[in-house]
Structures are given as structure tokens and as C-alpha cells.
Design a protein around this ligand. Structure first.
Ligand code: SAH
Ligand code: SF4
Length: 362
């Protein structure tokens, strides 16, 4: 039944229909993406220990709680030693990879610090830990430097592929320019990273047509990884005043899951993250996302003390227990959907390893 529903190849109109689907049609869509996922990337879930390096940011994105103009937060940057401790912790616990995420900064001292962290992380793990960076737009020279020091992947969300919507979500200046962001993705690919991008789902002014275009954008960019999640309003941001326009929680969740499901169908062998932000909408959202297409989870391993200041969005769910208990709970939850954690594996994108002759472990 779903084959006819899908009507390959998926046209833009069909994507729009499927993004609006509900009930039996939505269920059929999810069944299809589940099968696509199991066939292409199996039932293993890869861990990335997420380290939120700093909430200092040069930019002022209208949706983000750590934007430069928000004076209501205490700014922090983890010490080099704290980051290395977190990397050691991740490695010992069997996380095959880490993600270093940060507010965007372009100073030399910032790029030096990241560079040192990359080199030391590889050194103390006998080159075994996979490193994803999510540190925003940087110069070609910086991208290359970090790559040559050992970073494996880079995640830079386009946020929305609609230039018109992008302009509504950002100040009008060279720091927040759609074409520059688009070009940064090309630079990252040229450098050699496993390339990741993604969008926010359920933004004010966003239409289903725009989301369909986002899917087409990601497919045509030939990405290796995708990290998407619902937009969650933050009181101390300019976009908050449009909160009444937002779809209700259940609709936003369903839309986010349909975006994941369709991404899996369109890009069968890439890595897709079940992003932390999904849990704001539903405690079981991680399992739901994994079941229908995602294969990567990013547990937060930032020292607890700093986390309250890294709120890109509000109502973030925090672990009730220790990191160890959180992992054990995750394992149990994944068992309920017949999935298991790929401990001690980098979990590189199959799409990348197939496309490149460089010999890297899966
Ligand atoms: N500064 C870097 C990386 C950190 S921000 C960058 O912007 O690329 C990581 C992601 O958080 C952003 O790409 C954005 O998609 C997401 N984000 C920011 N504010 C958000 C919000 N209010 N709701 C949901 N996601 C948000
Ligand atoms: Fe800074 Fe990233 Fe937030 Fe934009 S989304 S304000 S670049 S941290």
C-alpha cells in the first residue's frame, strides 16, 4: 500500500502531501521508513557525547536563547581540562564519538582552543574517538586546520532552505547571510568532513511547502548526516512574540517525526540524529524517532554545573540521575523497540564511507 502512497520518485507535491498526512497514511509512512532504515543502517544506534563548550556567541539569531543580545544569562566557556575530562569519560563509557558544540566565535584564541582539544582527544583515545564539530560558520582556513588536526564531521544547520524565511529569522547583516551559510556547507564538503546539516521544524512563518523544499535541499546537497528538531520558543528572544502562531505540541512532534521519516526514505544510508530537543515535546520522542528512521543519539555529557546557562530553547529536559543511569535507561528504552547501542564504535556515516575512498572505520 505504501509503495503506491509514496509513488516513487517522490515529487515535491507528494512530499507536501506526506508531511500533511495523519492516521493510517502516517502510520504507513512510518512503517516504510522503518523498513528502509533497518535495511540500510540496521538496528544499531550510535552515541555521540555532546559537549557544550561555550554559550558565548557573536551572533544574534532571533530564535536562540544564547544570542549575543540576551543579557539574562551568565556566559561561560569550559576550561580545556574540563573538556578533556569529559572526552575521557565518554571514551571510557564506550561512546564512540563526541560532538563539540558552541556559540559561534571567530577569534584566534577560540580556534586555537578547539584545535588543541581535537588533537588531545585523538591522542588520549589512540585515535579511536570520532569527533563532530558544531561551531558555526568559520573561515576556510579554520575548517581545514580543524580537519587536519583530526575532526571527522561537521554539523552546520542551514536552519531553513527558504531564503525568505531565513531573512525573517536573522538580523540583516553579513554575519547572518543565507548565501554565506550555504557556501559554508560547500566549503565543509570540499575540506573533506562528513557533512551534516538540518533545519528547525515548526517555525513561525514556515509552511509545509518550505519543509518539503528543505528535504529536497538536503538530498540535493548529498549530505552524510542530518540533525533536525522542532523549534521551541524562548522567552528572551525576538521570535517569542510569534508564539501564538506555532503549531500545538502534538502537531509539531508529528511534523518533526515525518521530517525524519521522509529524510530516511530520501537518503537511506545517511546518519540521522534523534535530537535532544525532541524530548521537550514528548518524553518518549527519542524512541519514536529512532524507530522510524534516526540512528544517532547525542546524550549531553557537559558538566552539569554549566548546563543551565546553555539554553538555546526553554524547558530542556535534564537527566534525573547520573550519566551512567541515563545510559542504562536509554539502553532499556531502545530494547523496547529492538534496537541496541553500538558501544565503542565511531558510527561513521555509511553514505560517506561509500562515497569516499578514504579508509575509515564504520
Ligand atoms: N552556534 C552554532 C551551533 C550551536 S546552535 C550554530 O548556530 O550553528 C545549534 C542549533 O541549535 C542551531 O543550529 C539551531 O538550529 C538550534 N536552535 C537554536 N535555537 C533553537 C530553538 N529556540 N529551538 C530549537 N532549536 C534551536
Ligand atoms: Fe549563536 Fe548558534 Fe544560537 Fe545563532 S543558533 S545565536 S549562531 S548559538
Amino acid at each position: 500500500m505504501i509503495e503506491t502512497i509514496l509513488n516513487y520518485p517522490l515529487s515535491r507535491d507528494r512530499l507536501i502531501d506526506l508531511l500533511s498526512s495523519s492516521g493510517e497514511e502516517e502510520k504507513a509512512l512510518f512503517n516504510y521508513s522503518t523498513a528502509t532504515k533497518l535495511k540500510n543502517v540496521g538496528n544499531e544506534v550510535y552515541l555521540r557525547g555532546l559537549i557544550e563548550l561555550s554559550n558565548i556567541c557573536d551572533k544574534d539569531c532571533f530564535y536562540c536563547g544564547i544570542r549575543k543580545s540576551n543579557n539574562n544569562i551568565t556566559r561561560f566557556t569550559l576550561k580545556y581540562e574540563e573538556v578533556i575530562e569529559s572526552v575521557k569519560y565518554a571514551y571510557e563509557k564506550g561512546y564512540g564519538s563526541i560532538v563539540i558544540q558552541s556559540g559561534e566565535r571567530s577569534s584566534r584564541s577560540f580556534s586555537d582552543k578547539i584545535d588543541k582539544i581535537i588533537r588531545e582527544s585523538k591522542k588520549i583515545t589512540n585515535n579511536n574517538i570520532g569527533i563532530t564539530l558544531s561551531c558555526g560558520e568559520q573561515s576556510e582556513e579554520t575548517y581545514l586546520r580543524w580537519f587536519e588536526s583530526g575532526a571527522d564531521r561537521y554539523l552546520l544547520r542551514i536552519e531553513t532552505s527558504s531564503e525568505e524565511l531565513y531573512k525573517k529569522l536573522h538580523p540583516k547583516d553579513t554575519l547572518h547571510n543565507y548565501t554565506n551559510r550555504r557556501n559554508a556547507l560547500e566549503l565543509l564538503r570540499k575540506t573533506g568532513y562528513q557533512l551534516g546539516t538540518g533545519v528547525m521544524i515548526g517555525l513561525p512563518f514556515q509552511t509545509t511547502e518550505m519543509l518539503a523544499d528543505d528535504l529536497i535541499f538536503m538530498r540535493d546537497l548529498n549530505i552524510d548526516m542530518c540533525g533536525m528538531g522542532p523549534y521551541i520558543e524562548h522567552t528572551k528572544t525576538p521570535l517569542y512574540k510569534f508564539r501564538e502562531q506555532l503549531p500545538i505540541t502534538t502537531v509539531r512532534l508529528s511534523l518533526a517525526l515525518k521530517m525524519i521519516s521522509l529524510s530516511r526514505i530520501l537518503m537511506p544510508n545517511i546518519n540521522i540524529a534523534a535530537t535532544t530537543v525532541l524530548k521537550v515535546l514528548d518524553q518518549k520522542a527519542t524512541e519514536k524517532a529512532i524507530a522510524i528512521g534516526a540512528n544517532v543519539i547525542m546524550p549531553n555529557i557537559t558538566p552539569l554545573f554549566y548546563r543551565k546557562e546553555y539554553l538555546l530553547y526553554e524547558n530542556r529536559s535534564e537527566p534525573l540521575f547520573s550519566f551512567e543511569d541515563e545510559l542504562a535507561l536509554l539502553e532499556k528504552r531502545l530494547e523496547t523497540i529492538s534496537h541496541r547501542i553500538g558501544y565503542n564504535k565511531q558510527g561513521n556515516s555509511k553514505h560517506y564511507t561509500k562515497n569516499w575512498s578514504r579508509c575509515i572505520p564504520e
